[in-house]
Every structure is written in C-alpha cells, then in structure tokens.
Design a binder for this molecule. Structure first.
Ligand SMILES: *Cc1c(COP(=O)(O)O)cnc(C)c1O
Length: 394
C-alpha cells in the first residue's frame, strides 16, 4: 500500500489513494490511452529496459491510470501489491500460471464461480496441476483434502447463490500449517465488507466487473497480496502474457471505488429488507441471506464481515414452474446473471448458471428447481418488492 494512506480511514482511501497529479493540476484522475512511453535518451531507455531506472515502458506492463487503480485497491485490501487484469478470470489464470507448476495440488471450495471450476479442471489439470473440491464450510474436509504437494487453497465466502460462509481465519491456519497459500475470491463482499488478508489469507482475487465497477459497464479483475508473489511473480506473468487491464476500464473502476463503501452499505441494507420481506411471504419456502437471524452462519457473518452484502436467494413453493412465473412477471428487474450492479438482477440458477450439472449434482449442491437468486440493486426497495410480488402472488 501507498504508505502515505496507511493512517487514513477506508472511505478516504477509496476516494484518494493512488492518485498522482500531473503538472496540469487536474482534480480528477486522468486516463492515459497510450501504448508506449518515450525516453529522454538512449541511456535512459537502456536503464529502464534493464530495470535499473523506474518508469513506464509499455502499457502491457504498466500504465499510470491502471497503476492508480492498483494502488487504490491495494490500499483498500491492506496489501503492498496489486496487479490489475483484463477480467476476473484473467486474475485467477495469472495467479495459477505464476504460482503453480506441474505436480502441484490445489484444494478448492465446491461452491466457487462455475468458470473457475472449468479453468481448474479443463486447463490447469492439462498442465499437471491436480484439483480436489471440498464443501465450503466443512473444515474437516479441507484438512482431509491436504496432500504433501498441496500448494494452494482457493475459496469464495459467502458462496453464490446459497450464501454459505467459511471461517477464513481457520482455513488460513490450516493452509499455513501445511506450507500452502490461501487465496480468497473477494468478489461478493469487496474490501468494504470483508478484508481476507487481515484474517490471514495470503492473496485476494477480484472480478472488478461486479461491485468494484458497480454499474455493470466494464470487465476487469485484480490479484492483491504481497510484493514477492503478487508484485513480482504475478506481475511477471502479466507483463509476459499480456492479460492486462485497459486504461479506460481502470478509470471506470477507479471512479467505482470512490463510492464503494457507500454502495456496499446500500446494497446490504436493501438486501436485508428484501430478505426479511421474502421470509414472511407465504409462497417462499426458504431465504438464504447471511443477515437473517435464521441463517445458520449468521454469527460468523456478523464477525467476519462488516455488512451482509447484496446477494440473496430464495426457494419458491412450486418448483421450476413457480420460479419461472416469478421471473416472467418481472417488469422492472433484469433477467441476467451479472451481479454487483445498481440495477437489481434476477436468475434461476438451476436452468442457467448451474444447468451443466446433472439433477443429482444440483440436488447435492442445494440448487433446487424453485431457487431464485437476486443481486439486489439500488432501486427503491418498495419497487423491488412490488416487482417480485407480482409473480409470487400470481
Ligand atoms: C464474475 C466472477 C468471476 C469472473 O470474473 P469475470 O470478470 O467475469 O472474468 C470470478 N469470481 C466470481 C466470484 C465472480 O462472480
């Protein structure tokens, strides 16, 4: 982290960390759409290429707008280093390519983003990296899955769509006792609600596409952590292979970070109000939201997170037909699988994000035919409720 911001509160870092004013004296952060940079002399060019002098060479490596985003996110996660990437998946790919090698073993939560599983199973496996999956909250299963060659543990908490949690500190202790690293995908909470590095995790990955942007505009990602593994190893892969973030996208994310604490509080307040309303609705069988006292891990959520987040799911009585009726009666909310937007989005996981699983696998994962996921946005809560009520009351 930029040392100069260590003493400032989270909201202040979100607005100001990482900005370096040019001689023009601009107040807002500028966008630098340039692929390369000029040198004052042949000797200066040689020194930069040799790594002996600081400064930009080429935007596959570094760009001032991207660097401002990286430093601001690093300041929010409480880390010395951040590497911005072209997407959330590019962040996970870069992490694996930098830190894993043939013969390594990964233990991964069963409840991670579907494409993360595809990346591990179809691509990392091809290069000799073995992966085993464990139920997220089962600490005994994490311990039992460790092998002598386990190098990395990977999880998301809370999970999507069922909002299951795991104690990050406990998994970090397991990982470290075994000489392995804990990586947390902090996409759903963002550092505004949960700071995994302070709980013992080694590295955080992000899909900036979601709440860091916050308005559904750009695709991007980041890897956050220490200067050696992230600042040197992950950066080394990025500058070589090139899944770099564009300066324009970095600028959008940078402006998104400025309102992140406010937005995450508002998303959490809206989601809690909607969860409480759904829980009292006669057509709703069960609501999954960590902010509800009925959530089995409500106590853990209350200590590990400083807010409960914007994602909730619920089971409608009547299975798929009833769930589709709710979705097809929407007039305001968006039928789309994205999340982390000011606009509320609604999905039916069994027929979309989890449709590749067999019915048995879905049942084992708790993804019922009546399950609906809502990524609660910032519209008036009464309008969100009224839109869902139309289908529920039909
Ligand atoms: C969306 C998402 C990703 C992938 O990010 P992209 O920006 O779409 O590549 C990874 N993890 C989680 C938890 C996500 O929601």
């Amino acid at each position: 982290m930029n040392d100069e911001f260590e003493d400032y509160a989270f909201a202040t870092r979100a607005v100001r960390a990482g900005q370096v004013r040019t001689p023009e004296g601009e107040h807002a952060e500028p966008i630098f759409p340039t692929s390369s940079y000029v040198f004052g002399s042949a000797a200066e060019a040689a020194a930069r290429f040799a790594g002996e002098a600081p400064g930009n060479i080429y935007s596959r490596f570094t760009n001032p707008t991207v660097r401002t985003f990286e430093q601001r996110l690093a300041a929010l996660e409480g880390a010395p280093s951040c590497v911005a990437t072209a997407s959330g998946m590019a962040a996970i790919l870069s992490l694996g390519m930098a830190l894993l090698q043939a013969g390594d073993h990964v233990v991964c939560s069963r409840s991670v983003f579907g494409t993360t599983v595809v990346l591990f199973d179809n691509y990392f496996r091809k290069f000799g990296v073995a992966v085993d999956y464990v139920p997220l909250s089962d600490l005994d299963a994490w311990a039992a899955a460790l092998r002598p060659n386990t190098r990395l543990l990977f999880l998301e908490t809370p999970s999507n769509p069922l909002t299951e949690l795991v104690d990050i500190r406990a998994v970090a202790e397991l990982a470290h006792a075994h000489g392995a690293l804990l990586v947390v995908d902090n996409c759903l909470c963002t550092p505004a609600l949960q700071q995994p590095l302070a709980l013992g995790a080694d590295i955080v990955v992000h899909s900036a596409t979601k709440y860091l942007d916050g308005q559904g505009r750009c695709v991007g990602g980041a890897v956050v952590g220490d200067a050696e593994r992230v600042g040197k190893d992950v950066f080394g892969f990025l500058r070589t292979a090139g899944p770099s973030m564009s300066p324009f996208n970095a600028w959008v994310f940078l402006k998104g970070l400025e309102t992140l604490p406010l937005r995450m509080q508002a998303h959490s307040a809206h989601a809690l109000a909607l969860a409480q309303w759904l829980e009292a609705h006669p057509q709703v069988e069960r609501v999954y939201y960590p902010g509800l006292a009925s959530h089995p891990q409500h106590a853990l959520a209350s200590t590990q997170q400083s807010g409960y987040g914007g994602i909730l799911s619920f089971d409608v009585r009547g299975g798929r037909a009833a769930a589709w009726r709710v979705i097809d009666n929407l007039r305001l909310l968006s039928i789309t699988a994205n999340l982390g937007d000011t606009k509320t989005t609604v999905t039916h996981p069994a027929s979309t994000t989890h449709s590749r699983l067999t019915p048995e696998q879905r049942a084992a994962a708790g993804i019922g035919e009546g399950l609906i996921r809502v990524a609660v946005g910032l519209e008036a809560i009464a309008d969100i409720q009224a839109d869902l009520a139309r289908g529920l009351d039909a």
